[in-house]
Design a protein around this ligand. Structure first.
Ligand code: FAD
Length: 501
């Protein structure tokens, strides 16, 4: 008979501490690692799963040993994914958040800069000398002063532009949010933010190992703090990030391999690739499609035929290639007929990939990087790529203040970069740009465009995602035809069917 038992769930750490203080007799057992240990035994122990769990709950030491043997000696690492942890992270710079969020299989919720009141809090990089700190602090002070000047102007502008919004509190907040969102383009990447971060123990271990070798001291400190916050809670599941315990348990040093040397090795390897010094074509575009699965419309038909006809992929592809134009159009009309704006596309839309080179502001990057189902390779921020000016700054004739602060920022950056090239990035702003390479499948592109081309999304990311949709539609006119914001979906779908594409 089917049984589903709730085996565990996130409990607030304050409640757990309260239980401990009140003398709960199983106080040492409050750890998600007992669940991992129980599940780790499932494949070899004939007992019921709930019995295994009850057992590991009373014998935590045994459960820990079992984790060490099964997870680390045998290599059954996925059992560590059953132990889940949540963290409040405060006072981390915008720049450092980027390194944490490289871990794609975790969950993040950040306090939106649209809704916070700027307190002027920022991280002072530990790398800087006293003289560098002075340059840095002076510059941040000037950026904050520019923010303080820009915000009321932008706010008044929005109020005049959308007076109807002033009738409600949420409308008021919306207009204030838009103004804050644009004024913050003048602020540094050193600005502090807050976030909720949740991860299973396997990912957490990987993150801690990776952050340990990061070039920024703040990011290394974050790794240490994550480690010390979890060391007592899930010690048996994060051994690779704990060199001392690893050595004690396994009698050898943990190898961090390319986590430690990867950057240097990659930099050395790419020296062999001789690139002429002429400007790349992609420098002219914000979004450029640089590679993709050829014949994507055809490949999706082939993949779906394979999945739903019982025939091989090779036979399906051959048959798809013989289809006439009206048959291909008919195929997409059939599969799109019942598609709603909240429905996922068929899984076979993951069988085609698009690689984009994108030049975007830090602000747009902060949003784009949150889409976890794609691969992102990022370059450092690059002042030669310019900066993004919010249209409202131009419309309110504040461009001089804005460009003035950008010029000053770039000269402070140049001074800092001479002696501290990596930490100098902290002084660059939300407007500064970088070049990234994105590899997304078509199913994820649909997801991105639904959220980010929607009117609720911020203008900068709307612009980038709309360009991604446009270049994809050129390569995949049928399969990508309905990639658009949620708010426009019904219209775009109706146009697709009307055009009889
Ligand atoms: C208008 C708007 C406002 C926003 N405001 C904020 C904000 O204030 N603060 C903030 O932090 N973020 C904010 N976001 C970001 C948002 O919360 C998402 O993190 C971001 O849009 C990425 O999308 P996603 O999580 O749906 O999916 P992606 O990461 O793009 O993944 C695609 C799909 O894969 C699945 N998926 C991926 N990872 C997981 C997982 N770990 N568990 C379960 N399913 C998963 C989901 O089905 C998801 O839809 C905002 C986004 C929008 C559009």
């Amino acid at each position: 008979m089917l049984e589903v038992k709730l085996a565990g769930y996130n409990a607030d750490a304050d409640i757990i501490e309260k239980l401990k203080k009140e003398g709960w007799d199983g106080k040492n057992n409050i750890s998600p690692e007992t669940i991992s240990a129980a599940y780790a035994r499932i494949s070899r122990d004939p007992r019921r799963v709930d019995e295994l769990r009850a057992d590991s709950l009373v014998e935590v030491d045994k459960a820990r040993k079992s984790n060490e043997a099964i997870v680390f000696k045998m290599g059954h690492h996925s059992v560590a994914e059953h132990a889940y942890l949540n963290f409040d992270i405060l006072g981390l710079s915008r720049l450092a958040v980027e390194s944490l969020q490289e871990a794609r299989l975790c969950s993040y919720t950040e306090k939106s800069q649209r809704y916070i009141t700027l307190e002027g809090d920022y991280v002072v990089p530990a790398e800087f000398s006293a003289a560098e700190k002075k340059i840095f602090r002076d510059m941040v002070g000037r950026q904050v002063a520019a923010y303080v000047k820009l915000f009321p102007v932008l706010h008044e502008y929005r109020k005049k532009q959308y007076p109807e919004q002033l009738a409600t509190k949420s409308g008021h907040n919306l207009l204030e949010g838009w103004a804050k969102e644009d004024a913050r383009y003048a602020l540094a990447l050193a600005t502090e933010c807050q976030l909720g971060f949740s991860s299973n123990s396997r990912n957490l271990e990987h993150i801690i190992r990776k952050l340990k070798y990061h070039p920024l001291a703040e990011v290394r400190l974050l790794g240490e703090k994550l480690f010390s916050a979890t060391k007592q809670i899930v010690p048996s599941l994060i051994i690779l990030s704990d060199p001392e315990t690893f050595k004690k348990q396994f009698g050898k040093d943990v190898s961090d391999g390319i986590l430690k040397t990867g950057y240097a090795a990659a930099s050395k390897a790419v020296k062999a690739v001789k690139i002429p010094s002429s400007k790349p074509v992609s420098a002219k575009f914000e979004v450029m499609l640089v590679d993709w699965t050829k014949d994507p419309d055809m490949k999706i038909i082939a993949a779906m035929t394979q999945a739903y006809s019982g025939k091989s992929y090779e036979a399906s592809l051959r048959a798809a290639k013989k289809m006439r134009k009206n048959e291909i159009t008919g195929f997409y009309r059939t599969i799109f007929r019942d598609l709603g704006e909240h429905d996922s596309l068929y899984r076979e839309f993951e069988d085609v990939n698009f690689v984009y080179e994108v030049i975007l502001s830090s602000s747009a990057f902060a949003q784009l990087k949150r889409h976890r189902m794609m691969s992102i390779s990022k370059q450092p921020y690059d002042v030669s790529l310019g900066y993004t000016v919010p249209p409202s700054i131009i419309e309110t004739k504040q461009k001089d203040i804005f460009t003035g602060i950008m010029d000053e920022t770039e000269s402070a950056y140049a001074k800092l970069a001479k002696t501290s090239p990596v930490a100098a990035e902290y002084i660059l702003t939300n407007a500064h740009r970088r070049r990234v390479l994105l590899n997304a499948n078509l199913r994820e592109l649909y997801h991105i465009t639904r959220l980010r081309m929607d009117w609720h999304a911020q203008w900068d990311i709307q612009n980038i995602s709309a360009q991604m949709a446009a270049v994809t539609q050129e390569a995949a006119p049928l399969s990508a035809a309905l990639a658009c914001g949620k708010d426009k979906f019904e219209k775009v779908k109706a146009a697709f069917f009307k055009a009889g594409k």
